[in-house]
Ligand binder design. Structure first.
Ligand code: 3IO
Length: 338
């Protein structure tokens, strides 16, 4: 053997030994991720969380394991974004309405622009995020977004007219809160996770949100009246810590990225179905009365909302393409509604 070949053989032997002694990557086990959520497990943000977990674990062939924490056990409603940025949870689900000044672009979906249902709302929100990639999300990976179905008034006493709602203590947040104020209610802001106790204790006399909570949070036991306004949605985001995201294998990243839009649509469709079910359940189980506002009265309610969108454009035109954002939400709503 020439010295050159001897050297090559030695290098080969060392490489072979190294290959034998180095454990295969699989031996390190799956990446384990924590996923924080603020409301109780039976509510829709947690139902979509479990669905996402199941799909990701299935589609990544066991390369990742997701540990879910519903009910604010890892992060609370208003700590979600900063908690994920800081790494207190790897993934978190947040309602953007709880920090209205932080998520200007995506919260524009909760202007009174006529989004008819949660499936449409979720796709509109996802496309809007995708188009504008707002700086508010620069520090996280956005895994999905979705919205509730349009909000309605759930209350102890019946609300049929603007006179009935004037001064009534009703709970809402974000864009929905602006609408309650325009109708003359005494709007009280708090996350959904704090609302059951506030209703129970009489701190508020009702809630302005999507109707599936009549069943999921048992509001039908207290709120015997629902006034159909179908006015505005609440937007949500699911975000991941950037360092944890960057550390994931490419194949896992691809699974999660590909799931973003599908999860938005799944969650919206689940919400719409579940609202229908909760309405029937509330009537049958708790004798809840559903009030349709008369067309003449509805004209007055709608007229109160007319200035809201123009005022929002005027307020934000300096910093954002506010007019284009509103135009896009309207166009996307038309494109996705069916
Ligand atoms: C919501 C939030 C948590 C659990 C169930 C829910 N249904 C509708 C919402 C929207 C929302 O965040 C709110 O505060 O009304």
């Amino acid at each position: 053997m020439t010295p050159k070949i001897q050297k090559a053989a030695a290098v080969f032997a060392i490489l072979l030994l190294g290959a034998i002694l180095t454990p295969a990557p699989a031996a390190a086990g799956p990446a384990t991720l924590t996923y924080a959520n603020f409301p109780p497990a039976p509510t829709f943000p947690c139902v979509q969380m479990e669905r996402w977990k199941t799909e990701v674990e299935k589609r990544t062939d066991g390369q990742v394991k997701i540990n879910t924490f519903p009910g604010g056990t890892l992060l609370g409603a208003k700590d979600m974004m900063d908690g994920v940025i800081a790494g207190q949870a790897d993934i978190g689900c947040l309602c953007m309405a709880y920090q209205p000044g932080r998520f200007i672009v995506t919260n524009a979906t909760s202007l009174p622009l006529g989004i008819p249902d949660a499936r449409t709302g979720s796709l509109v929100l996802w496309d809007l995020y995708d188009k504008y990639k707002p700086a508010a999300f620069a520090k996280v990976k956005v895994l999905t977004m979705f919205t509730t179905a349009p909000a309605n008034i759930m209350s102890r006493t019946p609300v049929r007219t603007l006179a009935d709602i004037r001064g009534l203590d009703l709970r809402a947040s974000g864009g929905a809160a602006q609408i309650l104020k325009a109708w003359g209610a005494n709007q009280v802001g708090m996350p959904m996770s704090a609302t059951p106790e506030a209703l129970q204790k009489g701190v508020v006399q009702g809630v302005f949100s999507s109707l599936e909570v009549m069943k999921d949070l048992k509001f039908a036991e207290i709120c015997k009246n629902v006034t159909r306004t179908d006015t505005v949605i609440y937007p949500f985001a699911v975000v991941m810590n950037m360092d944890r995201w960057n550390a994931l294998p490419e194949a896992v990243k691809k699974v999660m990225t590909d799931l973003g839009r599908e999860q938005a649509e799944w969650t919206g469709a689940y919400m719409d179905d579940h609202v229908r079910e909760a309405v029937e359940w509330s009537k049958a189980t708790h004798g809840v009365e559903f009030i349709d506002i008369s067309p003449e009265e509805k004209g007055k309610w709608d007229a109160r909302l007319d200035p809201i969108t123009e005022a929002w454009i005027a307020d934000h035109a300096g910093e954002y393409p506010a007019e284009a954002i509103v135009r896009d939400i309207r166009a996307l709503t038309g494109a996705h509604a069916h």
